[in-house]
Write a protein that binds this ligand. Structure first.
Ligand code: CAA
Length: 386
């Protein structure tokens, strides 16, 4: 099915989309249902994606990356997520919340040590901000970091960490000044092999079951001082700037799921016969398809527009607001699309043998992680009013 003329890709982007679409359709999509049922992490596919440059998309060539722009990135995440949203989030997290802040705020030494391994797909990355008691209120986190000679000693717990168990590097935000509120937080790159670091049991999730999600524990965890990201006290701003950027990855993931929900609805409407003819002949079904399609184009266009603004850099702060708008709209639209597509499937949509059932479960988290819809509205409104 044509993806429509929205935000026409350049020749280079067109080539990238064709390559990623072919790989996603031939290699990722066929095993998605089986991996979901078995909760099996797609390590082999990720290695291949690393070789294609899909896990270090912003990382420049000097650090072994592919050096792509933001619009190319959202196009690639969309294609991968269309095939399997679990692979989409794994890709998005490594690129957006691990590689990007290291690239943006890391020292030259840190970038040279860490980025080549991530960009090649040899190792995966993660992000540790959320805690059991600090979700939407990210600044309320309690994990501590205390300086001891050439190391920082971390103690605490992180929750809902994507790629935990497989990732080698985590960008972790911890409290270094108990009395300084949001300004008392500092970011670190924590390798998974340092003493005092451990990963808890994988979460039993409603969707995205072949992606990894688990808690991280720090017990007198020793992180080299050279792994500090930015400066002491900048952790909250680094986390917020990272989320401004990474929310575009989740918007793109939602667009990919939305695209697939439309394809499944259209195919089912053509095949399924009731009252002696394909249900696609009925206007009620046609209107459903039209509604899914219109919101898809709107979500895709907003996501690519927000990515283009982020790429250009925006001194006015529009980039962060647009990223939140894209994430809010695309995730809510994709939820509506999966609901409509499932309804169009009738009783069969309620059966796990039909792909729409997995999409319906997978799409649910897109309005929650990397900031709930409510937090996106807060970010948007604050920027409008400031
Ligand atoms: N960029 C840079 N600085 C920023 C910023 C941004 N986007 N947003 C805020 N700041 C700065 C402010 O300027 C302010 O600075 P000063 O102290 O110098 O004045 C400081 O940070 C505090 O800002 P706020 O007063 O706005 O902070 P707040 O405590 O009210 O929180 C919030 C704002 C928007 C609610 C924020 O906490 C938030 O985004 N919460 C949602 C958390 C979230 O998205 N979590 C996702 C977890 S990651 C994940 O899900 C990954 C995954 O696995 C897929």
């Amino acid at each position: 099915m044509s993806t429509g003329p929205s935000f026409a890709p350049s020749e280079e982007q067109q080539l990238l989309i064709s390559e990623v679409r072919r790989f996603s359709t031939e290699q990722i999509l066929p095993g998605a249902a089986e991996r979901d049922a078995a909760k099996r992490f797609p390590l082999r596919l990720l290695r291949e994606m690393g070789e294609m440059g899909l896990l270090g998309m912003f990382v420049p060539e000097e650090y072994g990356g592919a050096g792509f722009d933001m619009v190319s990135y959202v196009m690639a995440v969309e294609e991968v997520s269309r095939a399997d949203a679990s692979v989409g989030v794994t890709m998005s997290v490594t690129n957006s919340v691990c590689c990007w802040p290291i690239l943006e705020f890391g020292s030259d030494d840190l970038k040279a040590r860490v980025l080549p391994e991530l960009a090649s797909g040899e190792e995966l990355g993660g992000f540790g901000l959320t805690e059991p008691g600090a979700g939407s209120d990210a600044g309320g986190l309690r994990t501590t970091a205390v300086r001891e000679g050439d190391h920082w000693i971390l103690n605490g717990e992180k929750a809902w960490i994507t790629n935990a168990g497989e990732a080698k590097y985590f960008v972790v935000v911890a409290r270094t000044d108990p009395d300084a509120g949001n300004r008392g937080l500092t970011a670190f790159v924590v390798p998974s092999d340092v003493p005092g670091f451990s990963v808890g049991l994988a979460e039993h999730k409603l969707g995205l079951r072949s992606s990894l999600t688990a808690p991280l524990f720090f017990e007198n965890c020793r992180v080299p001082a050279a792994n500090l990201l930015g400066e002491e006290g900048q952790g909250f701003k680094i986390a917020m700037a990272t989320l401004d950027h990474s929310r575009l990855g989740i918007a793109a993931q939602a667009v990919g799921i939305h695209q697939r929900a439309l394809e499944l609805a259209r195919d089912y409407a053509r095949e399924r016969e009731q009252f002696g003819r394909p249900i696609a002949d009925f206007q009620a079904i046609q209107f459903t398809l039209a509604d899914i399609a219109v919101e898809l184009e709107a979500a895709r266009t907003l996501t690519r527009c927000a990515a283009a603004v982020a790429e250009a850099g925006s001194a006015s702060g529009d980039a962060g607001r647009l990223a939140s708008e894209a994430k809010l709209f695309a995730s809510e639209a994709a939820n509506r699309a999966c609901q409509r597509s499932l309804q169009l499937h009738g009783g069969n949509g309620f059966h796990e043998d039909y792909e729409i059932a997995r999409l319906y479960r997978d799409v649910r988290v897109t309005t929650i992680y990397e900031g709930t819809s409510e937090m996106q509205r807060l970010v948007i409104a604050r920027r409008l009013l400031s």
